[in-house]
Write a protein that binds this ligand. Sequence first.
Ligand SMILES: Cc1cc2nc3c(=O)[nH]c(=O)nc-3n(C[C@H](O)[C@H](O)[C@H](O)COP(=O)(O)O)c2cc1C
Length: 424
Amino acid sequence: MADLSCNIAGVESINPFWLASAPPTDKYINVVRAFEAGWGGVVWKTLGIDPPVINVSSRYGVHKNGNQAILGINNIELISDRPLETNLEEIRRLRKEWPDRVIIGSMMAEIEEDIWKELAVRIADSGVQGIELNLGCPHGMCERGMGSAIGQVPEMVEKVTRWVRDVVDIPVFTKLTPNITNILWSAEAAQKGGADAVSLINTVNSVVSVDLDAMAPTPVVNGKGTHGGYCGSAVKPIALHMVAEIARNPETSDLAMSAIGGIETWRDAAEFIALGAEGLQVCTAAMLYGFRIVDDMIAGLSGWMDEKGYKTISDFRGMAVPNTVDWNALDMNFDTKAYIDPDSCIECGRCHIACEDTAHQAIEFSVAEDGKRTFTVVDEECVGCNLCAMICPVPECIEMRPVDNGKPAMTWPEHPLNPMKAAE
Ligand SMILES: Cc1cc2nc3c(=O)[nH]c(=O)nc-3n(C[C@H](O)[C@H](O)[C@H](O)COP(=O)(O)O)c2cc1C
């Protein structure tokens, strides 16, 4: 069976699955339950030097699809509202009781060097294997000059990372906010400051819905709402992109990454690893489905690795990075055409409507005497956009088949219509 043990920025873990800093890692009892369920590690709920933290009620908003499935949640919660010393005492106890599991201490403070250093040392002294700097929370703490207020300014990211790096001798993970223009600016700043790894992403600025009776954004707190941090399955594409950008940027390609954002299944996990992540963190999926999801993640990932012949995580880590390129390096002459399998087609006509109304009028249909409708792709009109295959409700009924058009591979820089090329 595949070996899932791994080393994440110098921290040994029995598997790559850690719980992200959030309510699931808020206190002793939750973390015991997480370790019993099989999680390799936890990043403790963010700690501050006993800042005046008052949480509101309620705290979460939700974005569902028409079938009531949760796509994402947002939260307006703050950092730990329990005394620092209580948290540290529980961490000390857990480190003794669960020596093979990882506990990373997460911290945040105002932009004051002494406070960052004092807090980092106190947390490190509790026995954690690493420290994560929370430079990402987009609500509540940033209004006090913390969280994303620091994470959105690369010079500050570098500065606080260095403050902590200078006073602790355990790995430092700088946790990045996605609420920026270019993730590379923050990742490079963290690296300059001496980070051993970056953790990404923290939550995305969001208003998930408006309560039309209260006429306020949700969650509604006594008649008023505010923006919160969005997370869960819906943010996975944003996180994957940011992880890929860091992995393929020559300046940061050696920077270890603890990937976070919408990880719900082993497949999500494998995708982040294929894009270069060393480890994974999960929050929303654990909140929605409970800690036991780690069983499926472990079984699924190791089963797939066995099938593919990967013995360890590093056997496939980063394998998708060389294939993640700028748009202009794509083959302009590559061609695919949709093919509709008549045997599995349920005649719903969604492909036809979508293509007819919004794409290339490339799907015709005929009606037989018995009323059976047959949908057929007109190859000459099909541009291979994929829309029909995406919306078809029957798995694998519509296949995008590569076709040989006799043209050699050609990237945009080589294309005769490229204005730069024309000017040569
Ligand atoms: C209710 C809630 C509280 C959170 N609190 C923290 C926190 O204290 N510190 C932190 O770094 N991230 C916090 N996060 C962000 C998560 O650690 C994680 O970065 C984010 O939820 C994306 O992962 P996910 O899509 O698996 O949820 C919180 C998220 C949620 C939902």
